[in-house]
Design a protein around this ligand. Structure first.
Ligand code: AMP
Length: 426
């Protein structure tokens, strides 16, 4: 199948070919036709499947078919859970609309609102936004979504994980009832289905597993190691393997910082990316990592969500996530575009039960290796780590202790405070 056969306009085909895409990915093949027909779509797809082009291309096609309106009201709204994802989706919108007479903007929290407001005032057709900043500007009367024709909810599962349900509901009530809705989610829990039911109107359901990110395509290994020896082991693996581009996951922001500092001390160029870092620092870290200036990017789950890093050769779990699905999300970042990916996990005794659950989920036992000098501690307890309890007590807050979305899944609330905290984190 070709992009031509999907019925996209010449201007879009030109942009797609400029990006170097030759064939639509499975999710694009499945999602583009119903979107072009004006139908609501519920798509099961995660980052790496080409989902962004899957909704952006037909959306731009539809908008450009109708004549632009004089004052350019916002006609398409794309809602994403994190700033990084918003920036990436916006970059895609810009690229795909290069040869169209459409204007777009992105808004997210953590940065000055003035330039965002100025762009919106100048008139835009497509707005990419995170829920917090969108509602903020709306409450200040600085933007209106009353003329939205197409609404996209991207990474709906993460939206709920981060406590954005109320915000999404508010956004919905501010848009016209008659509109086209597209919802993308990597997972489909009961809550997601309920949300979809409330938003979508007789949706066409499409599904795509990531092309080159199936678990089978990735070589996985577990290193059993004493907790205290993890830092030494990871430095040894990266240095001796001479690995050039490694994404490392830690469970906490502090853990990410500590590990990053130790790597830098041992001569490995590294940066940490998490919710306590300024937007500028995160953008700089990501671009340094992509360009090869930094060998290691240490990230927490939420911060890494939606990062567009193609052809990632190595992913290391410095700590295993306690939610097994997060493991699949994490390792799904390697082995893209046909490249062979390696996903390694450093596992200490207290993570034994997490490992078992992960193996149950992926339906296979992961190869285990022990490196001499970095053996596991035979006396260590196999009791699971209490997820961030220390800080929870100190903060007297249920949700503010962790930057790891999974760490608090049980504790999650959908209230406003939770959303605010999450917004700051991301
Ligand atoms: P996404 O799932 O939208 O984050 O896209 C993942 C990556 O695939 C991005 O780097 C896209 O630029 C790239 N991509 C999207 N569609 C295609 C395609 N049809 N052919 C090749 N690469 C693509």
């Amino acid at each position: 199948m070709s992009f031509q056969s999907l019925g996209l306009s010449e201007a879009l085909l030109k942009a797609v070919s400029k990006k170097g895409y030759t064939t639509p990915s499975p999710i694009q093949q499945k999602a583009i036709p119903p979107v072009l027909e004006g139908k609501d779509v519920l798509a099961s797809a995660q980052t790496g499947t080409g989902k962004t082009a899957g909704f952006t291309l037909p959306l731009l096609h539809l908008l450009s078919e109708n004549p632009k309106q004089k004052f350019r009201p916002i006609r398409a709204l794309i809602l994403t859970p994190t700033r990084e994802l918003a920036a990436q989706v916006y970059a895609n919108v810009r690229e795909y609309s290069e040869f169209l007479n459409l204007r777009s903007a992105v808004i997210f929290g953590g940065v000055n609102q003035k330039p965002q407001v100025a762009t919106i005032r100048s008139g835009i057709d497509v707005l990419v936004a995170t829920p917090g900043r969108l509602l903020d500007l709306q409450n200040q009367g600085l933007l209106s979504i009353k003329r939205v024709e197409i609404f996209v909810l991207d990474e709906a599962d993460r939206m709920l994980d981060m406590g954005f349900l109320r915000d999404i509901q508010k956004v919905i009530t501010s848009m016209p009832d008659k509109r086209q809705n597209l919802m993308f989610s990597a997972t489909f829990s009961k809550d997601i289905k309920k949300l979809a039911h409330g938003i979508l109107n007789h949706p066409v359901q499409v599904e795509a597993t990531p092309e080159n990110t199936t678990v089978e395509a990735i070589s996985q290994k577990v290193y059993r190691v004493a907790k205290t020896k993890k830092t030494g082991l990871i430095i040894k693996l990266i240095s001796e393997g001479n690995w050039k581009q490694v994404l490392v996951f830690t469970r906490t922001k502090h853990g990410a910082n500590r590990l990053c500092e130790k790597m830098v001390k041992s001569g490995i160029t590294a940066a940490a990316i998490h919710g306590n870092k300024s937007q500028g620092a995160r953008t700089k870290a990501l671009s340094g990592f992509k360009s090869g200036r930094l060998r290691v990017l240490v990230a927490t789950d939420i911060a890494a969500r939606g990062l567009d890093i193609p052809l990632l050769p190595h992913v290391i779990n410095f700590e295993l996530p306690n939610i097994s699905e997060d493991y699949v999300h994490r390792i799904g970042r390697t082995g893209r575009a046909g490249a062979n990916g390696k996903a390694l996990s450093l596992v200490s005794a207290d993570e034994t039960s997490y490992l078992k659950n992960i193996e149950k989920l992926i339906g296979e036992n992961i190869e285990v290796e022990v490196i001499e000098g970095f053996e596991p501690d035979p006396n260590a307890s196999t009791e699971p780590i209490k997820q961030g309890q220390g800080r929870q007590r100190r903060n007297k807050s249920r949700n503010s202790n962790s930057n790891n979305s999974s760490g608090n899944r049980r504790n999650r609330t959908n209230n406003k405070n939770s959303r605010r905290r999450n917004d700051r984190r991301n």
